[in-house]
Design a protein around this ligand. Sequence first.
Ligand SMILES: [Zn+2]
Length: 156
Amino acid sequence: MDPQTHFLFPFTLSVILVKLNLFSWKLALLAGIVGVIVDLDHYVEQIAHAKTNRFSLTATWNNAVRFHRFNQRSFIHDGIGAIIVTLVLLVLAFFSGQITLALGFGYYSHLLLDYARLKHEKEFCWKLGVFYMKESELEFILDALLIVVLLILFLI
Ligand SMILES: [Zn+2]
C-alpha cells in the first residue's frame, strides 16, 4: 500500500486511544511515522540491487510502483523479520509499554496492510511528474474512510 495509508491506519487507531486518554498525540504521530518508515527497506534494496540509479529515490519509488525489477521488500516484511522485531519490542516493553505500543501499531499495521492487498482488485494508474502512481479502489475507499474517522475524532 501507499505511504499515506501506512500513516493513516496506525495514526487513526492511535487517535482513538488519545481520545480515550490512553495515549499521547506524540505517540500517535510516532505510530503513523513508523507505519511509513518500514518501507525504507525499499531504498536499501535499491542501493543493493539496482544496476542503475542506485541512490535515486525516484527510481526506488517507480520500481516499487511500476517496474518491479527486483523484490524491494527486505526480511523485515517477512516472517523472520516479524519475529526479530517482535523480540525487540518485547524487550523494549520492559522499559516503556507506551512507546512499544506505538512502534507495534506502526509496524504490525504496515504488515497487515501490505498483505491484505487483494489480487485482481481494480487499480488506478497515473503519472505525477516523474513518479508513476498506482492505487487500488479499495485503498482509495480505506483512505477516505480513515480521513472521515479522523475528522470525526478531531471534532469530538
Ligand atoms: Zn511495505
